[in-house]
Design a protein around this ligand. Structure first.
Ligand code: 13P
Length: 269
């Protein structure tokens, strides 16, 4: 992974009201300050070159209602904040939706698009996901584009075909290694405690990278980060992250506990 810095991203999903969300954010901020040898005082002066003091890039994606306060709680650490979804348009008559520009405005650096729960619950197609990813880029966010097969598709031997189709159909035009991250999350591994074996995951990640070569060329594809997601925890993270094409993790359940999430961050060391 010499040319790709790992990214550990927490997707809090629809979890957290003020009290628990903020205590989670403050706990993570404390870990980041300790890891970076920073003063525990949030208001203290931060040296500008502290980015590499964490073993990897670290991101939390709280529910929309908490983003603003979580961003303030982690300010001054190198923890980035992102949204879990965005609308494709900048603004307008779209009741209940949030634009990528709005996320940027409250301190987000990233947006997750095309999570399988959104594809399933909201009928999001590859074309919709692509438009959302492009909205993220337009707003200056890094788009984390999620793909992954269902159990039935895996059983039918279609995993690589499904995932390759999702990657090419959802990829943001103009996406670069700096502006796009791919997340491979097998649907059957999400929230189930079942994880793809490191070898199974690696095979799909390699197939995704091959698809990216066709989309953006070998050099850019070699630099683009591909995260694994689906029941990642401190006890299985290191083994997954050792695979050559696994460049980080998108973490659901284990991102809701400071020790578990930071344990995964430390697994990149
Ligand atoms: P779990 O880690 O809870 O399986 O969720 C994975 C996921 O969907 C992250 O986006």
């Amino acid at each position: 992974m010499e040319q790709r810095r790992a990214l550990i991203a927490g997707n809090w999903k629809m979890n957290g009201v003020s009290a628990d969300g903020l205590s989670l954010a403050e706990g993570l901020a404390a870990c980041a300050r300790r890891a970076s040898d920073l003063p525990s005082d949030a208001a203290a002066e931060i040296p500008p070159d502290i980015a590499m003091a964490l073993p990897c890039d670290v991101l939390v994606c709280p529910p929309f209602t908490l983003i603003d306060r979580v961003a303030k709680a982690v300010a001054g650490t190198r923890i980035a904040v992102g949204g879990q979804d965005c609308h494709a348009k900048v603004s307008g008559a779209h009741t209940g939706d949030i634009s990528a520009e709005m996320l940027k405005d409250i301190g987000c650096g990233y947006v997750i698009v095309g999570h399988s729960e959104r594809r399933a619950d909201h009928g999001e197609t590859d074309a919709v996901v692509k438009a959302k990813a492009e909205a993220g880029l337009r707003a200056g966010l890094v788009a984390i584009i999620c793909v992954g097969e269902t159990e039935a598709e895996r059983d039918a031997g279609q995993t690589e075909a499904v995932v390759a189709r999702q990657v090419s159909g959802s990829f943001a035009a103009g996406g670069t290694p700096e502006t796009v991250v791919i997340a491979y999350e097998p649907v059957w591994a999400i929230g189930t405690g079942r994880t793809a074996s490191p070898e199974e995951a690696q095979a799909v990640h390699a197939r995704i990278r091959a698809e990216l070569v066709g989309l953006i060329g070998a050099d850019a594809a070699g630099k683009m980060r591909i995260l694994y997601g689906g029941s990642v925890k401190p006890s299985n993270a290191a083994e997954l992250l050792r695979q050559p094409d696994i460049d980080g993790a998108l973490v659901g359940g284990a991102s809701l506990k400071v020790e578990d999430f930071w344990g995964i961050v430390r697994a990149t060391e």
